[in-house]
Design a protein around this ligand. Structure first.
Ligand code: 8X3
Length: 265
């Protein structure tokens, strides 16, 4: 039996490519930046917290001194930030990790506050769409590009109390599906990573309380940001003819977005 064709296809290296990671100062964005750096990818990192970005850049360069790492602190909810990214050359990359996003509140529509909704719409939808819109033409003209959007299980299986957050992630999923159709055959890979419960600052920020944020994951084993970043680098490392369209990545203890099995509960 000739097995040679099964062994001659190592995963293509990512080394030397460049990636823009949004929301890189914490959570999945930070973990993704680390994994990509480990794979030899030059990085353009953006997030709101300059000090965190400076620390991250210096810690990464200590480990990977040959990498090129640029940072830019900005708030993607502000349209001026999209021009700042352009001026800094952040859109000329091989890979976009469209990660910046947030959730505010768990209220039903009838009691929700517009002040909670607006930032989710601004960052999860408007900024993610606009950054993609600005990056795609360059990728198409260079004949290659990878876009990974951080969606959510909440965008596939919406739950009560998640109205605008779930809707924003469903919008991102729809946007990816359309972009994939529009650019098929042009060597652009459009991927949606849709994780379930990942224990990061996400819930603390959403509920505006460290205790309430921690309680979301009580008695169960959530995903970590590293679990997500590992999948993401795996997807990007596939041969170019392989487009990993969507991954719904759940914690084993989470059977559905609103079905979580907790020990001692
Ligand atoms: C977050 C997933 O299920 O915590 O994107 O809302 S969930």
């Amino acid at each position: 039996m000739d097995l040679s064709s099964y062994f001659i296809n190592p995963e293509p290296a990512l080394a030397g490519k460049s990636a823009l990671v949004t929301g890189a100062s914490s959570g999945i964005g930070l973990a993704s930046a680390c994994r990509l750096a480990e794979a030899g990818v030059n990085l353009k990192l953006t997030g709101r917290r300059l000090e965190r970005l400076i620390e991250l850049k210096s810690a990464l360069l200590e480990r990977f001194p040959k990498l090129l790492i640029d940072i830019l602190a900005t708030d993607l909810a502000q349209p001026a930030s999209w021009d700042q990214l352009a001026q800094a050359g952040f859109y000329e990359v091989d890979i976009l990790i469209n990660n910046a996003g947030l959730a505010h509140g768990r209220d039903k529509v009838e009691t929700a506050r517009f002040e909670d909704w607006q930032p989710m719409i601004d960052v999860n939808i408007t900024a993610a769409f606009e950054i993609t819109r600005r990056i795609v033409p360059g990728m198409l003209s260079r004949g290659q590009g990878d876009i990974v959007c951080l969606g959510s299980a909440a965008g596939i299986y919406p739950y009560e109390g998640g109205s605008v957050y779930c809707a924003s992630k469903a919008a991102l999923r729809s946007f990816c599906q359309i972009l994939r159709r529009e650019t098929a055959g042009q060597n652009l890979r459009v991927m949606l990573m849709a994780p379930g419960m990942v224990e990061t600052e996400f819930s603390t920020r959403r509920l505006n309380s460290p205790e309430a944020g921690k309680a979301v994951y009580a008695g169960m084993t959530p995903l970590t940001e590293n679990d997500v970043a590992r999948q993401l680098v795996f997807a990007l490392s596939q041969p170019r003819h392989v487009n990993w369209d969507e991954l719904l990545l759940m914690a084993t203890d989470q059977g559905w977005t609103d079905k979580v099995v907790r020990k001692n509960a």
